[in-house]
Write a protein that binds this ligand. Structure first.
Ligand code: F6R
Ligand code: MG
Ligand code: MG
Length: 380
């Protein structure tokens, strides 16, 4: 029997304590209670609620397929309930990511980040779910590429016949906010084309990865860039991603390996800086300069849609050393404040302040008269 299950992970910032630091435990509890006790909650086979930075993530399994308005609507309601808790407690930014007044069938463009994939559940179905805060969806470009295409991190590409045919990358151009403009490229033959796109984390994002051996979906990332849709500052998109592991897919350790780099990504304070993507335990808040950008990862198995317990991948002592490196990288780039690559290019800056200033200053620029240079020997 084909056992089709959809895993949907939805993440939103609906309020936090002490600035954009961390949500309140009661907010998470209110979501759990709602999902457990409501009639709509019965659509779910299983669910978990976690946080990273100031965002709450709901990870769900069900049989409604991708883009189900019932499932998206359920998450929307759950976040409204958590917003009420945040408001009642006077927390900061209550309801921040719920950009629209009412739910209209699909969460795309409404604020919350959504990553989902419908899968035929394998025996021992293994999933890694990444949740990041204070950064953008393109932050996953490099680690996803390295995990699926580079034997420096995934030696299984050489060792395992199940991965020998490589993977198909589906990459979306998020600058087209009207339609889904995507390209499909294959590893290993298209890797130079793939990295030519993926170096631009703001525009081209790996949305899905497929196994070329089995045709199965291997990874799904949320790709919404809300600022492009809204045309104004709405915060960075604080992305979520799911990756299937083991067998025809990279091993969990190969998927985690690129996170040792703590590569520089966009985000950090006011979504306008560069900082190292720092691997942290689940439910970790941010601190230094509203950051640094952080990512947590949980690994788990699914049986008939039911979750096992979740393993907190970056809680292992090994990652303490990576965090030290990331903290040093964070301080190193912050030492140059606003100068050069420490901040994002003009078009990526949030809040509008710099754009406004530049506009005012542009009006004050003037063309200087070129003083005539004297030609030698010239007399008046
Ligand atoms: C970045 C972020 C924070 C805020 C900053 C100012 O994604 O959430 O760095 O941008 O704390 O917040 P507001 O504008 O709410 O005062
Ligand atoms: Mg916030
Ligand atoms: Mg956030």
């Amino acid at each position: 029997m084909i056992n089709k299950i959809t895993i949907t992970a939805i993440k939103a910032d609906v309020g936090s304590i002490g600035g954009h630091i961390k949500p309140d435990e009661d907010m998470k509890q209110s979501i759990l209670t709602f999902l457990r006790e409501s009639e709509e909650g019965k659509l779910l086979i299983d669910f978990r609620v976690q946080s990273v930075g100031d965002d709450i993530a709901i990870i769900m399994t069900h049989r409604e397929g991708e883009n189900s308005s019932d499932i998206h609507g359920l998450a929307w309601k759950a976040f409204l309930i958590a917003t009420d808790v945040a408001k009642a407690k006077g927390l900061y930014g209550a309801g921040q990511d719920l950009l629209k007044d009412s739910f209209s069938g699909n969460l795309k463009g409404m604020g919350p980040a959504v990553a989902e994939m419908e899968i035929e559940e394998r025996i021992g179905e293994t999933i890694v779910c990444f949740q990041a805060d204070k950064t953008e969806p393109g932050a996953y470009n490099l680690p996803t590429y390295l995990a699926f295409a580079d034997p420096m991190h995934n030696t299984g590409l050489m060792l395992s016949p199940k991965m020998k045919d490589g993977f198909t990358f589906e990459i979306i151009d998020v600058e087209n906010t009207k339609e889904d403009e995507v390209i499909r490229l294959n590893t290993p033959e298209d890797i130079y084309d793939i990295v030519t796109l993926l170096r631009n984390n703001h525009r081209y994002i790996v949305e899905k990865v497929y196994s070329r051996t089995t045709g199965e979906v291997a990874a799904a990332t949320c790709t919404t860039r809300l600022s492009l849709i809204a045309g104004k500052y709405v915060g960075k998109d604080d992305p979520i991603m799911m990756v299937r592991a083991q067998g025809a897919f990279p091993a969990t350790g190969e998927i985690l390996s690129p996170y040792t780099i703590a590569h520089y990504v966009a985000g950090f304070m006011r979504g306008s800086h560069i900082g190292p993507l720092t691997p942290v335990s689940v439910n970790t808040g941010v601190s230094f300069f509203d950051g640094p950008p952080i990512v947590s990862a949980v690994a788990f198995n699914i049986k008939d849609g039911k979750f096992t317990s979740f393993m907190d991948c970056f809680a292992n002592q090994f990652w303490a050393g990576v965090r030290e490196k990331a903290y040093k990288k964070a301080i190193a780039i912050r030492e140059q404040g606003w100068s050069g690559p420490a901040m994002l290019e003009d078009s990526e800056l949030e809040y509008g302040g710099i754009t406004e200033r530049l506009g005012r200053l542009k009006a004050k620029f003037y063309i200087r008269e070129v003083s005539k240079t004297k030609v030698q020997g010239e007399t008046k």
